[in-house]
Design a binder for this molecule. Structure first.
Ligand code: DAT
Ligand code: MG
Length: 152
C-alpha cells in the first residue's frame, strides 16, 4: 500500500446535473481525503494537454468540446492506493459496462458523458496534477483529526 495522490475531474455533466456532492461523498466515505479542489471553466489548450494521449483519435474533438463546454470541478484526492481505488469507484470508461455501485455505473448512460476523470497510473497522476494545480494549492491530509472532532 502506498499513499498516493490522484487527479479527479467532475466533468461538465456532473456539475450541470448537480452530482458533485454525490461523487465527492463516495471518495470521502471510502476514506480518501480531499487535498485540493477548484471549480473552473477549462480552455481548449488545457483540455488538449490533459487528454494529449487521445490526440488524433476520432472522439478527441468531442472530448475536448465536452471538457470545455461548462464549468468543471478539479480535485486532488489522496489516500492509500488512491489511484487504483478511485478508478474502481469511478467504474469502466463506458457507463453501460460500468458496474452498478460505481459512479459511472450508477449515474451515466454514454461514454461521451461519463461524468468523472481519474488518473490511471502514478505517472499520469503526477503529470495531470501538474496541469491543474500549483503545489501551493495542494494540502496535506490532516494528521490531527481529533482536534476537529472534540472541543473543550
Ligand atoms: P478513462 O476516462 O476511463 O480513463 P480513457 O482515458 O480511455 O478513459 O478515455 C478518456 C475519455 O475519452 C473517456 O473518459 C471518454 C472518452 N472516450 C474514450 N474512448 C471513447 C470512445 N471509443 N468513444 C467516445 N469517447 C471515448
Ligand atoms: Mg484515461
Amino acid at each position: 500500500m502506498a499513499n498516493e495522490r490522484t487527479l479527479i475531474l467532475c466533468k461538465a455533466d456532473a456539475v450541470a446535473r448537480g452530482l458533485v456532492g454525490e461523487i465527492l461523498a463516495r471518495f470521502e466515505r471510502r476514506g480518501y481525503a480531499i487535498a485540493a479542489m477548484k471549480m473552473l471553466v477549462v480552455d481548449e489548450a488545457r483540455a488538449k494537454q490533459h487528454y494529449a494521449e487521445h490526440d488524433g483519435k476520432p472522439f478527441f474533438k468531442g472530448l475536448v468540446e465536452y471538457l470545455t463546454s461548462a464549468p468543471i470541478v478539479a480535485l486532488v484526492i489522496e489516500g492509500s492506493d488512491a489511484i487504483e481505488g478511485c478508478r474502481a469507484s469511478i467504474g469502466a470508461t463506458n457507463p453501460i459496462k460500468a458496474a452498478p455501485g460505481s459512479i459511472r455505473g450508477d449515474y451515466g448512460q454514454t461514454i461521451g458523458r461519463n461524468l468523472v476523470h481519474g488518473s490511471d497510473s502514478p505517472d499520469s497522476a503526477k503529470r495531470e496534477i501538474g496541469i491543474w494545480f500549483q503545489p501551493s494549492e495542494i494540502f496535506a491530509r490532516p494528521h490531527d483529526l481529533e482536534k476537529w472532532l472534540v472541543s473543550n
